[in-house]
Design a protein around this ligand. Structure first.
Ligand code: AQP
Length: 332
């Protein structure tokens, strides 16, 4: 059976982008794949984290995964830091990865900005750890958004290098799982920037833990332009904020942009925003509610994670032993 690996960084509370771009699709993947859904806490450490907040974000991410429909009986939900095979394999793969490949990674350039020399080794080596995250489970498919495509390409290159160097086919070359249904959600304050946990403005994103009033307020404040809703998506080309809101509505309703434009053509954004709020509250409300219920019992969340960690460890340890053997590391 094909195996999927995916994860989210607990760098803050999960948001609508994480839901429409990732989690919602993971739920349906459970029908067709063996799935491992990770909370990539080690990746989160590539940017400064407050320990108390990090702990809370990890548990909240686990609660949201489950509340959104990831079934811990069918899929493995776990934290990356608790499966030591990730970092073990990361070192082994880093010894096979040319610096030139890492130098090309655009996300490092974006995140390090002008202070390249001050950026951490962890941020630079992030794509190798991501390759290890995937390869340690011999995952065959990885759902990726546009911004992670380059890292997945690198993971494939590293897998190929390992296989060639050791004349083996141990690592499958992981395929990108491009989802027609995945939606790139943009900031509510800037239609050209991705909705992101690290955006300093809380009003830029809808958290999956926001209540109905907060959602209504954020949508009311969401940037738009003075024109009414267009008759066709073509008219949205130079209206990124309008496009973003219409896109969100379309994704939540399973409609095309064309359908939504036809439905609201000529109407004001005040009317549209009210409808959008209602749909957001109806979709996210049950997830928020269930997440909050789950978070009332932290020991149960921790127990579920511990169970997932143990299952992931079983696969990872077996594979790391095999990799040690292939590479000639003696296991007396
Ligand atoms: N705005 C988005 N629209 C669609 N999909 C998104 N994803 C993230 N933001 C959006 C998808 O969610 C998965 C996990 O992403 P992540 O949180 O691990 O990393 P990220 O993409 O770097 O997300 P953030 O919120 O921007 O985090 P920070 O601010 O910490 O860097 C991925 O599948 C991603 O595509």
């Amino acid at each position: 059976m094909s195996r999927i690996l995916s994860g989210i960084q607990p760098t803050g509370y999960l948001h609508l982008g994480n839901y429409l771009g990732a989690i919602r699709n993971w739920v349906t993947m459970q029908n067709d794949y063996e799935c491992l859904f990770c909370i990539v806490d080690l990746h989160a450490l590539t940017t400064p984290q407050d320990p108390q907040m990090l702990r809370q974000s990890i548990r909240t991410a686990a609660a949201v995964y489950i509340a959104a429909g990831i079934d811990p009986k069918r899929s493995i939900i776990f934290n990356q830091s608790q499966v030591t095979g990730h970092t073990q394999l990361s070192w082994l793969l880093s010894c096979l990865t040319p610096l030139g490949w890492l130098n090309r990674m655009t996300q490092f350039k974006d995140k390090a900005g002008k202070q390249k020399d001050q950026a951490s080794l962890g941020l630079y080596a992030y794509p190798v750890l991501m390759a290890a995250d995937i390869l340690i489970y011999q995952a065959t498919h990885v759902p990726v958004g546009e911004d992670q495509k380059q890292h997945l390409e690198l993971a494939r290159d590293i897998a190929g290098t390992f296989n060639r160097a050791y004349k083996t086919e141990f690592f499958p070359l992981p395929e990108p799982q491009i989802l027609g249904t995945a939606t790139r959600v943009m900031s509510l304050r800037d239609g050209l920037a991705k909705m992101s946990k690290s955006d300093p403005s809380d009003y830029s994103r809808i958290h999956l833990m926001d209540n109905a009033d907060t959602i209504a307020l954020k949508i009311r404040k969401a940037k738009t332009d003075p024109a009414p809703l267009p008759f066709s998506p073509k008219e949205l080309e130079s209206r990124p904020e309008a496009l973003n809101l219409i896109n969100i509505y379309a994704a939540l309703q399973g409609k095309t942009l064309e359908n939504v434009c036809q439905q609201f053509a000529g109407q004001s954004f005040a009317v549209f925003k009210k409808e959008l709020t209602d749909i957001l509250v109806a979709t996210l409300g049950p997830i928020t509610q269930e997440s909050q219920n789950l978070l009332k019992d932290i020991s149960s969340i921790d127990a579920l994670l511990a169970e997932g960690n143990a299952k992931a460890n079983l696969i990872a340890q077996k594979n790391i032993e095999e990799v040690h053997n292939i590479m000639g590391l003696l296991r007396p």
